[in-house]
Design a protein around this ligand. Structure first.
Ligand SMILES: Cc1cc2nc3c(=O)[nH]c(=O)nc-3n(C[C@H](O)[C@H](O)[C@H](O)COP(=O)(O)OP(=O)(O)OC[C@H]3O[C@@H](n4cnc5c(N)ncnc54)[C@H](O)[C@@H]3O)c2cc1C
Length: 252
């Protein structure tokens, strides 16, 4: 029996899932693939492990080095694929190697420097499943918790964390901020259906309660088109479309 296309879903925190769902098979990694093995300052983390659980395990083990994931929802696999991070650093800073399952079913190891990491991007071939990530950490000198606490407090003030969103909708263009451009275009609070450009942070597009994925898509296209017309800047979506979306779904 053909299973159809295979899609890996982490925590869905950077994904816009089509209103008709995702065709084929959706993989969610559990069990050993969502666990962590700690050996000194090295950690083998399952692709399905939630980042907040990883941070808790590292705290218990007195390990520092993953502060960049503070307040980033998602899984280790999603963080690898997206090279997730914050102003405190990004996934590529701590990944030594990853273990992947290739589309044909073979298991392979890829060194961190060969993952093609760039700003909120990895160059992993389509269809690979990130099963494990080997992380290099360091012994905590006692400053880790305070750094994270201060960072999270700043976040709470500047981001609409109590409303559902896909996180940052666009990556920041070189030398600028997507939120600044969207705000300068007068789009803060702009609403389509149940989807709104947050009036707290203009790069967060929030679900007011009954937004469809199509509402969010139309809002993204509207923001891209408006910013392109006003400032000549073509914003690059950070959000990943999952499901039967056409190739040009987010074209302005
Ligand atoms: C409130 C909020 C704040 C956020 N803040 C930040 C931030 O500060 N910095 C930041 O970088 N991001 C941020 N994000 C975005 C998001 O948290 C990250 O991109 C995160 O790494 C996504 O992980 P995930 O497990 O949810 O991935 P998903 O959204 O489930 O998937 C993202 C992509 O990765 C693929 N994928 C997931 N797991 C695997 C796997 N094991 N193997 C292969 N492919 C996989 C999916 O198919 C999809 O293409 C934020 C999101 C929200 C909602």
């Amino acid at each position: 029996m053909a299973l159809g296309p295979v899609t890996v879903l982490g925590r869905g925190s950077n994904a816009l899932i089509h209103d008709d769902g995702i065709p084929g098979v959706c993989l969610v990694l559990k069990g050993e693939l969502a666990g962590a093995r700690i050996d000194g300052t090295r950690v083998q983390a399952g692709g399905g492990l939630y980042l907040n659980v990883l941070l808790r395990r590292l705290d218990e083990a007195g390990l520092a080095g993953a502060e960049a994931f503070a307040g980033v929802p998602g899984t280790v696999g999603g963080a690898v694929v997206m090279n997730a991070g914050t102003s405190l650093g990004e996934a590529k800073d701590l990944i030594e190697a990853i273990t992947v399952v290739l589309p044909g079913g073979e298991v392979a190891e890829i060194a961190g420097e060969d993952c093609g990491f760039a700003y909120r991007h990895s160059g992993l071939p389509p269809g690979v499943v990130v099963a494990f990530a080997g992380l290099a950490l360091s012994d905590d000198d006692g400053s880790r918790a305070a750094i994270r606490r201060a960072f999270l407090e700043r976040r709470k003030l500047s981001q609409p964390l109590s409303q559902p969103s896909c996180g940052s909708t666009f990556t920041n263009p070189p030398g600028d901020f997507a939120a600044r451009l969207i705000q300068e275009a007068g789009l803060k609070g702009f609403t389509i259906g149940g989807a709104q450009i947050s009036d707290k942070h203009a790069n967060f597009f929030v679900n007011l309660g009954d937004a469809s994925a199509e509402d969010i898509r139309r809002l993204i296209v509207h923001a891209r088109r408006t910013v392109l017309e006003r400032f000549g800047v073509r914003l690059t979506p950070e959000v990943k479309l999952l499901g039967p979306w056409p190739e040009d779904a987010l074209e302005p």
